[in-house]
Design a protein around this ligand. Structure first.
Ligand code: ADP
Ligand code: ADP
Length: 228
């Protein structure tokens, strides 16, 4: 579905150059949970931003369904981000003056007004339905992250990209969030999680270990643990 081929990324600040990624090759497949695992500063966010069309590589190819996206027009790239990709962030990025239901509805409405009727289903899927009339600051961290997953899913993305989604959560809550993300995988959808939390490795179909901007190891797991 999505491929990175010989990706390199350098950041230049004046005369200072930081090498963030070196020769990254990976494949993201539908119907799979891919985990990109590595310590802080190893290049995880940079990789995710390139996968999501939010950042361009210095060299290499980003190929989605046979089309190179890193060389496509601004219009095509915007459409890719808007229609193909959903994002989940460490700090949720919910809109604080909207309720849970409204946060999810905004996202459904982007696809068309008729999809608003699906909003209760998305809230039930992540178990925040009883919280629908609350505002984000009335929720626990785990609940906020579940709402942000519901919001991302309401866009019906083909690719759900999650940047350190449990970075602010305790172990038990993290496990629950990872489980919900795993269940969001289906025949049409790939889920990618970047994290330093090895807790998630057991349920992944593919674990890509990254260190100092390089892939250390790619582990395919033909028999990942099931959730519940
Ligand atoms: P991770 O997500 O694994 O913590 P990042 O992808 O954020 O790693 O960063 C990889 C490397 O690139 C780090 O050395 C980081 O300091 C550097 N980096 C990230 N973003 C920028 C930027 N905008 N400008 C300069 N250096 C950056
Ligand atoms: P979690 O295990 O998800 O982090 P918490 O222990 O933080 O949950 O919260 C337990 C319960 O208390 C949750 O249902 C949460 O919604 C509720 N809660 C936490 N903070 C607030 C708040 N400021 N206002 C209302 N309810 C809250």
């Amino acid at each position: 579905m999505l491929e990175l081929v010989n990706i390199n990324k350098q950041y230049k600040n004046g005369s200072e150059v930081t090498v963030a990624l070196k020769d990254i090759n990976l494949t993201i497949r539908k119907n799979e949970l891919t985990v990109i695992l590595g310590p802080s500063g190893s290049g995880k966010s940079t990789t995710l931003n390139i996968l999501g069309g939010m950042d361009n590589p210095s060299s290499g190819e980003v190929i989605y369904e046979g089309e190179r996206i890193e060389t496509s027009s601004l219009k095509a790239l915007t459409s890719y981000r808007k229609n193909i990709v959903g994002f989940v962030f460490q700090f949720y990025n919910l809109i604080s003056n909207l309720t849970v239901e409204e946060n999810v509805a905004i996202s459904a409405r982007l696809r068309g007004k008729q999809f608003e009727k699906e909003v209760p289903n998305y809230m039930k899927q992540v178990d925040v339905y009883k919280r629908r009339n609350n505002f984000p600051d009335q929720l626990s961290g785990g609940e906020m992250q579940r709402v942000s997953i519901a919001r991302a899913l309401a866009k019906k993305p083909k690719l759900l990209l999650c940047d350190e989604p449990t970075g602010a959560l305790d172990t038990q809550t993290s496990q629950r969030v990872f489980g919900i993300l795993k269940k969001s995988v289906d025949a049409e959808t790939a889920v990618v999680i970047v994290t330093h939390n090895p807790l998630v490795a057991g349920i992944a179909n593919q674990v890509i270990k990254i260190k100092d901007g390089r892939i250390e190891e790619t582990v395919e797991n033909s028999n990942p643990l099931e959730v519940e």
